[in-house]
Ligand binder design. Sequence first.
Ligand SMILES: NC(=O)C1=CN([C@@H]2O[C@H](COP(=O)(O)OP(=O)(O)OC[C@H]3O[C@@H](n4cnc5c(N)ncnc54)[C@H](O)[C@@H]3O)[C@@H](O)[C@H]2O)C=CC1
Ligand SMILES: NCC(=O)COP(=O)(O)O
Length: 344
Amino acid sequence: MNTQSDRPVLGITMGDPAGIGPEIIIKSLADPEILNSCIPVVLGDIEILKKADVDSEILPKLAITDELNCDLSNFPKGFLMCLSNLNPDVAKLGHPTVETGSAMETYINAGVDLALSGAIDALVTGPITKTGLKLAGSSFHGHTELIAHKTGTDNFAMMMAGPRLKVVLTTIHIPLSQVPERLSSQEITRIINLTRNTLITRFGIKSPRLAVAGLNPHAGEQGMFGNEEADIILPAIIEAQEKGVDIRGPYPPDTVFFQAVEGQFDAVICMYHDQGLIPFKLVHFRDGVNTTIGLPIIRTSVDHGTAYDIAWTGKADPSSMKEAIKMAAGQAINQKKHGNSNAN
Ligand SMILES: NC(=O)C1=CN([C@@H]2O[C@H](COP(=O)(O)OP(=O)(O)OC[C@H]3O[C@@H](n4cnc5c(N)ncnc54)[C@H](O)[C@@H]3O)[C@@H](O)[C@H]2O)C=CC1
Ligand SMILES: NCC(=O)COP(=O)(O)O
């Protein structure tokens, strides 16, 4: 915390202007519990946010600036940093453009710079489209890859976290057909260690209990349905067990998530994106948080996308954004107390 206040300073990126990002940010900050839990620094576009702040409740409370280097320590209510001047009509498009794609990337880059400089204590990102990033000329598939690159982090992973289930993905945004060839014991070992360290340092779980999902139906059924379990996944589990990690598997993917939700495991390590995200969103679509683990900064995000089908209709549910803000604030306070313990 770099202010006279006890509240952590959180950068909150607006996401895609044509999506539900602006609406869920305004709705979240309209909740006194959220507004009082942090000093928000919204990184976005004033004309777009004005459209979302229909009752003009939030923006008048924030100091407006377009100066990235402004002193964030002397306005305890919060800031809006205007980083683009979009035509407000882009909000109605229902899809990204080169202009909006470039704006959303600008918000993220600015947020990472602020976090690295220590001007903000954590970064919370609003939803973007992968296609928007591509339109803007970015080579990154999402926030995760972009932020890892910008912070010079090789050892990172995507975790989706909720009170009942946490999943960590070994592979993220790649075609399903490429998953088997990308899996290796070394990579699974890396994810196991990173997950365990993060559960201890960021989530305060003293002795994490980990499960590893298999790749194939029935975790391979003794090789009848595939050999990745025996050849790649099991050696990584055994190596971790030999080092004293409380870890079991490879489990049949159709039951391990139920066991985790029932309380048997603190996190499930998954082999690919939808293996983890389908069960996670069934349980935690409303209150789940996407967080990038292993970074030198705290980064949390909503667990959903831009929801173009309901954007600018007033129907967007801000619950996931609120949880992302709460998690970032909690971890920032913890880090302030105990130092940057996420040394993975
Ligand atoms: N953190 C991020 O930036 C993420 C971005 N995406 C991106 O979002 C874009 C759209 O992805 P979709 O697969 O359509 O997923 P989506 O999450 O945007 O929407 C799926 C369904 O859930 C509903 N929904 C989502 N969030 C909601 C909310 N807060 N309140 C009420 N209803 C909500 C939508 O209306 C839609 O019917 C894609 O381009 C994808 O890349 C997807 C996931 C995460
Ligand atoms: N399904 C989650 C997701 O794709 C989020 O990606 P990112 O933008 O946080 O990397």
